[in-house]
Each structure stands twice: as structure tokens, then as C-alpha cells.
Design a protein around this ligand. Structure first.
Ligand SMILES: [Zn+2]
Length: 275
């Protein structure tokens, strides 16, 4: 599943190909993907220009020239490609936006779980899928104190709290394992037992790891490819995730793999402390 760095990479690649261009036609081959009335969706989009592409959590926001925004979530396998008008459509193409400049934006998705939702730009924050999201990791107002207060409202396991998206957004299974390793915190720790120092390290780890992953174009473990069809390279920088039986580079203990709430979880049993 694409995580924050992969979604940001898709946006970075789409921007130069899409911003400033006008939609001339829209084809929808799988109407269930559209949360609005599909006919209304198509009629509204024609003649609109893409003016910006932003990210909120793992959602892509395409801002349009009529003050509406298209909220798009790639879910498990969704991908965008920008192709020449006469190029063949990739397999599993579900929505095509034809542009005035002789290209087309194609959304393809083998699992069909992706969703698109057109809302007024000033109401994006209130859209039901956006409203429930936690802090953006790079928001300067998201401080260790703010983070600690939120962590202390949670019981259960820190990994589950960080995956929930309602404390801080953008961390999926891979990056949560890396962040907890960075902060020396065992994935089963109780969030309400963490200290200000833990929250500070966690937050530092979240920012550092996401920044590096964005720089490396995301992580290619399953089938993620960015909008140019390139693969990401962050998998070469993983310290614990998918590294079971390899040695921790801090203390040479063997990295362990467990299942935590059904998710494969990797950690060092020596330097990640259970709190
Ligand atoms: Zn270790």
C-alpha cells in the first residue's frame, strides 16, 4: 500500500505534467470508484484547469479552477500515469482525464479499491475522509508536547496508535517499524507510558524517515511505481522492516518478526524497550 512518501512522490511527478492543463473529456469505466454522481462528476470537470496538486495524509488533492478539489486515494494498488492521447490504456484503467495538450491522465488500479470525491476546495477539511485525520508530520505546530498529550490519550500498542492516522498521518506498516526502531521503542509499548523524551525521538524519527523516503522516491516492496513508472529506492535504507534474522546495526542482536494486530512487525529485541 502506498504510504506518505509514495503518495508525495506521485504528486511530485504529476505536478509538472498536469498543473495548468484543462480537462476536455472524462471517461469512467468503473463508476463505483466515484463517490459523487458519476454524470455530475464528468460534467463538472470538463473545461476545468488543474491549478495545484497537494497532499493531506495519504490523500491526493487536485485543486481545480472552479474552486473545487478532487480528493483521490490510491488505497492498495492505485496508480496514475500521464500518457499521450493515442497511447494504449494500461490494464485495469478505470478513470481517464483527457487534457487539451494531447495527453491524458489515467487512473489504473488492479484491486479497484481507489476512490475519487469532488468537493468544494474550502470544504476539503470537512470532507468525511479528511476530517478524521491527525497531524501532518511536517506541520511546525505539531510539537513533542502536542504529540505526547495525544499519545497519553491512547492505551493498547504504540504501533497500532501510529498506524491509526488519527494522531499523525502518513505512517503505514513499513515506516512505523522504522520510526519505532529509530526511537528505541518496542512496537507493543503502551503509548500512555511514553515520556516527553520518547515523544521527541519518535517525532524526530517520523520526520527524518519520511523525508529520506520522499527523497528516495518511496519504497518498492510490492507493486508501487510512481507516476513515471519508476520504482522507489527507500527499501535499500530499511533498518528493521523485512530484515528478520539480520543483525541490528546498533547492537548486533537478531531482528525479530512478529504479528501485531495481523500486521507483520519487525523490531530489535535488545534496543527497542517495552514501556
Ligand atoms: Zn538493536
Amino acid at each position: 500500500m502506498p504510504e506518505l512518501p509514495e503518495v508525495q512522490t506521485v504528486i511530485n511527478n504529476l505536478k509538472p505534467l498536469v498543473i495548468g492543463h484543462t480537462v476536455t473529456k472524462v471517461d469512467i469505466f468503473y463508476p463505483k470508484m466515484i463517490l459523487n454522481d458519476p454524470h455530475e462528476f464528468v460534467n463538472k470537470l470538463i473545461n476545468l484547469k488543474f491549478i495545484n496538486i497537494r497532499r493531506r495524509g495519504k490523500y491526493i488533492l487536485f485543486d481545480l479552477s472552479n474552486n473545487e478539489s478532487l480528493i483521490s486515494h490510491l488505497r492498495m494498488e492505485g496508480k496514475y500515469s500521464v500518457l499521450e492521447n493515442n497511447a494504449d490504456l494500461p490494464a485495469h484503467s478505470h478513470v481517464v482525464f483527457w487534457l487539451e495538450n494531447g495527453s491524458k491522465i489515467v487512473y489504473h488500479d488492479t484491486r479497484k479499491f481507489g476512490r475519487m470525491h469532488l468537493v468544494k476546495t474550502d470544504q476539503v477539511a470537512d470532507a468525511k475522509e479528511i476530517k478524521k485525520l491527525g497531524w501532518e508530520p511536517f506541520d511546525p505546530q505539531f510539537t513533542p508536547d502536542v504529540f505526547l498529550k495525544l499519545l497519553h490519550t491512547r492505551h493498547g500498542k504504540i504501533k497500532v496508535a501510529l498506524l491509526s492516522q488519527d494522531l499523525v498521518v502518513g505512517l503505514g506498516n513499513i515506516y512505523v517499524d522504522e520510526v519505532l526502531y529509530y526511537a528505541h521503542i518496542h512496537p507493543k509499548s503502551n503509548p500512555s507510558h511514553l515520556t516527553l523524551s520518547d515523544a521527541t525521538f519518535l517525532q524526530e524519527g517520523i520526520k527524518k524517515i519520511l523525508k529520506l523516503a520522499i527523497k528516495k522516491g518511496g519504497t518498492t516492496i510490492f507493486s508501487f511505481k510512481n507516476a513515471n513508472g519508476e520504482i522507489g529506492h527507500f527499501q535499500n535504507y530499511l533498518k528493521v522492516h523485512s530484515q528478520n534474522n539480520k543483525l541490528c546495526e546498533r547492537d548486533h542482536a537478531k531482528i525479530q518478526k512478529i504479528k501485531l494486530n495481523g500486521r507483520s512487525t519487525y523490531f530489535c529485541p535488545k534496543c527497542q524497550i517495552l514501556k
